[in-house]
Design a protein around this ligand. Structure first.
Ligand code: UGA
Length: 449
C-alpha cells in the first residue's frame, strides 16, 4: 500500500521506516529542511536503537523516500498519517495548530480519496475538528477524505521493537472501509509477516497483537488516558519511595513484590527523579486541561504532576544535605537524556536538576553516551566530558541522573579513586547500596535506607 507520513519526528520517522520495513511504499515529509537533508543523506537526526538498520534496508529496497514537498507527499499516498508535533502551550494545553495546518494542506492538495489518520497525540474530539476542517478546505475540490485515529504507543529507546511487536493496535474509525484499509496496512504486523530487524534469528514467541476497533473519540482518549495512567503509576511509586525512606523499608523490594500482582503489573513502578520526556509531562497537562474543559474534576492527575515536579526539589535537598554547601562545589552528573537509550533531553529530569544546581552556584561536569550534543543547546555553560571517569575526577559528588547500562558497569574502584569525595547520589536507584559501601563510597539513593 502507498502510505504518506507528515512529520518526521520520533513517531513519524519510526512509523514511516517501519511501514516500509513491512513492505509498504512510504513517502515522508517534514517542514524542517535541515532534518530532511540529514535523512536524504542516509543518516538519522535522532538516536534510536535499531532504526539505522531499518532505514538503510528500506532505502535499499526503495520503499522509503523523503520529500520536502508536502503536496508531493499528500498526493503520493492512499493513507496519510499525521505525525506532527502537538507541543504544550504556555497554559499546558496542547497546541494543535500544526494539525490544522496539515488539514488545510491535505484538503487543498489531495486529488483522489484519502484516509487521513491522526497518529499525533491529541485531546479527544480533535478528530471531529479535523473532519470539520478537512470538509471546509475540500469543499471546492469535493475529494473524499475520511478520518481515523491510530494512536501510537511506542517508547523512545525501544521504538522499533514497540512498533513491530505491539501489544495492541488501536484504530478509531467511522466507517467500514477505513477499518478495512487500516487492517490491510497493519496486516504484516498482525500476522508477523516480515523479517524482523530487531530479533535474530527469530522473534520470541508472544501473543499476537490485538487489533482494537473503536470510535475516534475513544481512540484519542485511550492514548491520553494510557500515558496519564503511566505517569500516575510513577508518581505513586515515588511517593511510596519517600515513605519507605522514612520507615526504613526498601522501595525496590516493595515495588518488586507489588508488581508480581497481575492486577498491578511490574512496569512503571520504578522510583527515581520522576517522569520526563516529551510525552508523559505534556500529555498529563493536556489531559488535565481536557478534563477541565469538559467539566470533570480530575484532581488526582494534578497531584501526580505536583509529585513529579517535587521530585527535583527533593533530590536537590538531598544533594544539599550531603554537601552542606552547594556553592562552589564541583558536582559530576552521569546522564543527561530523559531516560536510557535515547538522545532526547526534552523535559529531562537531569536537565532540570543541573539547572537547579547551577542556580545554587555549583560547578557541573557531565557525561551522557548519546545526549551531549542536544544537552549543549539547553545547558551551554557546563563542562562536557568524554567519559564518566573524567566526570568523576576531583568531583565532590557524583549524581546518577539517567539509568544507562554503561553506568552500571563502570570500574567503580577507578571512580572512587578519582573523586575528591567519593559521594554518590543515585537518582535512579541504579546501583547496589551494599556494593557501593563495600567499595568505600558514601552512597545515597531514593526510597532505600
Ligand atoms: C511514553 C509512553 O510510555 C509510550 O507508550 C508512548 O507512546 C509515548 O510516551 C508517547 O506518547 O509518544 P516515552 O516518552 O518514550 O514513552 O518514555 P517512557 O518510557 O514512558 O518514560 C517516561 C519517563 O518516565 C522517563 O523519564 C522515565 O525515566 C520515567 N519512568 C518510567 C520512571 O521514572 N519510572 C518508571 O517506572 C518508568
Amino acid at each position: 500500500m502507498k502510505i504518506s507520513v507528515i512529520g518526521a519526528g520520533y513517531v513519524g520517522l519510526v512509523t514511516g521506516c517501519c511501514f516500509a520495513e513491512v513492505g509498504h511504499e512510504v513517502i515522508c515529509t517534514d517542514n524542517d529542511p535541515a532534518k530532511l537533508k540529514v535523512l536524504e543523506s542516509g543518516r538519522l537526526p535522532i538516536y534510536e536503537p535499531g532504526l539505522d538498520r531499518v532505514i538503510e534496508k528500506a532505502r535499499q529496497k526503495k520503499l522509503l523516500r523523503f520529500s520536502g514537498s508536502a503536496a508531493e507527499t499528500i498526493k503520493g499516498g492512499d493513507a496519510i498519517f499525521i505525525c506532527v508535533g502537538t507541543p504544550p502551550l504556555p497554559d499546558g494545553d496542547a497546541d494543535l495548530s500544526a494539525i490544522d495546518n496539515v488539514a488545510r494542506q491535505i484538503a487543498t492538495e489531495a486529488q483522489s480519496p484519502k484516509l487521513v489518520v491522526e497518529k499525533s497525540t491529541v485531546p479527544a474530539r480533535t478528530g471531529q475538528e479535523l473532519k470539520r476542517a478537512l470538509a471546509v478546505y475540500s469543499r471546492k475540490s469535493g475529494v473524499k477524505l475520511s478520518v481515523a485515529s491510530n494512536p501510537e504507543f511506542l517508547r523512545e529507546g525501544t521504538a522499533v521493537e514497540d512498533f513491530l511487536h505491539p501489544d495492541r493496535i488501536v484504530v478509531g474509525v467511522e466507517d467500514e472501509s477505513s477499518e478495512k484499509q487500516l487492517r490491510e496496512i497493519y496486516k504484516p504486523v498482525l500476522e508477523r509477516k516480515f523479517n524482523c530487524p530487531v530479533h535474530s534469528p527469530a522473534c520470541p514467541d508472544g501473543p499476537e497483537p490485538k487489533f482494537l476497533v473503536t470510535t475516534i473519540n475513544s481512540a484519542e482518549l485511550i492514548k491520553h488516558a494510557s500515558n496519564s495512567f503511566l505517569a500516575m503509576k510513577i508518581s505513586y511509586a515515588n511517593m511510596v519511595a519517600d515513605l519507605a525512606e522514612k520507615l526504613g523499608a526498601d522501595i525496590e523490594e516493595v515495588m518488586r513484590a507489588m508488581g508480581m500482582d497481575p492486577r498491578i503489573g511490574s512496569s512503571f513502578l520504578k522510583a527515581g527523579l520522576g517522569f520526563g520526556g516529551f510525552c508523559l509531562p505534556k500529555d498529563v497537562q493536556a489531559f488535565i486541561h481536557l478534563a477541565e474543559r469538559s467539566g470533570v474534576d480530575f484532581n488526582m492527575l494534578r497531584e501526580a504532576e505536583r509529585v513529579n515536579v517535587h521530585r527535583i526539589d527533593r533530590f536537590v535537598d538531598k544533594i544539599r544535605e550531603a554537601l552542606w554547601v552547594v556553592r562552589g562545589k564541583q558536582i559530576g552528573v552521569l546522564g543527561l537524556a530523559f531516560k536510557a537509550n535515547t538522545d532526547d533531553t526534552r523535559f529531562a529530569p537531569a536537565i532540570a536538576l543541573i539547572q537547579r544546581l547551577l542556580e545554587q552556584g555549583a560547578k557541573v561536569k557531565a557525561y551522557d553516551p548519546e545526549a551531549m550534543e542536544r544537552a549543549k543547546e539547553l545547558l551551554p555553560n557546563i563542562e562536557y566530558c568524554k567519559s564518566p571517569y573524567e566526570v568523576a575526577e576531583d568531583s565532590e559528588a557524583l549524581v546518577i541522573a539517567t539509568e544507562w547500562d554503561e553506568f552500571k558497569n563502570l570500574d567503580w574502584d577507578r571512580v572512587q579513586k578519582a573523586m575528591l569525595r567519593p559521594l554518590i547520589l543515585d537518582g535512579r536507584n541504579l546501583l547496589s547500596p551494599k556494593d557501593m559501601k563495600t567499595r568505600g563510597f558514601e552512597y545515597r539513593c531514593l526510597g532505600r535506607a
